[in-house]
Design a protein. Structure first.
Length: 300
């Protein structure tokens, strides 16, 4: 019943709130919707939304399963019904035109809280539908405007199905465009970060393979600080492998049989996991590769 939607005053008692509905002498809950519409005529435009919010709060507090969409739909229903009645019965009276104008202004103000397009008039829905058609036609490069519009305007079932289907398509397209923009921005940010740490050119291995290079880094990894006799550097196998694979490559004149200039991260990592590196660090191999000698020099 509509008395569950709006807050009524108590008869023969002062108003608890200026937005409470009903007359002083007699209150009939059956006429709650009428009281609501009549109160709009005495409101200033700046009071429209506070008046709506006051009764929305009452409705939500007294209807456990209620929601604003339902409330707003009922308010629009009562307003449109009153406007149609006044247009049919008393349209040429000045007071009727004034009240239709006030109801229309109140209805317009509710667009600010309308998330469901409940406040759209038939004319507004038609304009929006045609704009959807134009957008779809532009998107799909359709040129037969007359054929499309005639289908939509004169085939109600087809038009409903068309608008629902293509409204969803356009919304999905806009969602994907938004996601693409976000991903593009994310990619550009990552690219900027990468440029800040990645070299424009890599150090070239111009003669021989990459094993001596790995051996050098294995020696560097295990060096001790001469002053403390404690390990100087610490890093994970992944980090050492990334350092070599990201900053070194074969020179174009020193390519191997597979013509690949890049160093394989996984195979390099095996050396730092002590799978291949143990044998490489064997002292018997010192005459085959470079050897870093510890110094007594003091660094200042």
């Amino acid at each position: 019943m509509n008395n569950n939607y709006f807050k009524l005053r108590k008869a023969w008692r002062p108003l608890n709130n200026k937005f409470d509905l009903g007359g002083f002498l007699k209150i009939n809950p059956v006429h709650a919707s009428g009281y609501f519409v009549m109160r709009i005529f005495s409101l200033k435009e700046k009071q429209y939304l506070p008046f709506y919010d006051y009764h929305l709060k009452y409705y939500l507090e007294n209807n456990a399963t209620g929601n604003e969409q339902t409330f707003l739909a009922r308010v629009i229903e009562y307003i449109d019904k009153d406007i149609r009645s006044r247009e049919i019965l008393h349209y040429y009276k000045t007071i009727t035109k004034t009240r239709i104008y006030k109801l229309s202004k109140f209805r317009e103000a509710l667009k600010q809280v309308d998330k469901w397009e409940i406040t759209l008039t038939n004319e507004e829905r038609m304009k929006k539908s045609i704009s959807y058609v134009q957008e779809i036609m532009d998107w799909q490069n359709v040129n037969d405007t007359r054929k499309v519009l005639s289908k939509l305007l004169f085939d109600e079932v087809g038009s409903d199905k068309f608008f629902i289907e293509y409204k969803n398509i356009i919304e999905e397209r806009d969602k994907l465009k938004s996601e693409l923009e976000n991903k593009t921005k994310e990619f550009n940010d990552l690219q900027k970060s990468f440029k800040a740490i990645a070299p424009n050119t890599k150090i070239q291995i111009i003669n021989g393979n990459h094993i001596p290079l790995i051996d050098l880094f294995l020696q560097i990894k295990d060096l001790e600080n001469p002053e403390t006799n404690r390990p100087y550097l610490s890093g994970s196998p992944d980090t050492w492998s990334s350092l070599i694979s990201n900053y070194f490559q074969y020179h174009e004149n020193n390519l191997k049989s597979n013509n690949n200039r890049e160093l394989n991260w996984n195979s390099i990592r095996d050396y730092f996991l002590d799978k291949s590196g143990t044998k490489l660090r064997n002292k018997d191999n010192r005459n085959k590769y470079f050897h870093i000698k510890e110094s007594k020099r003091i660094y200042q």
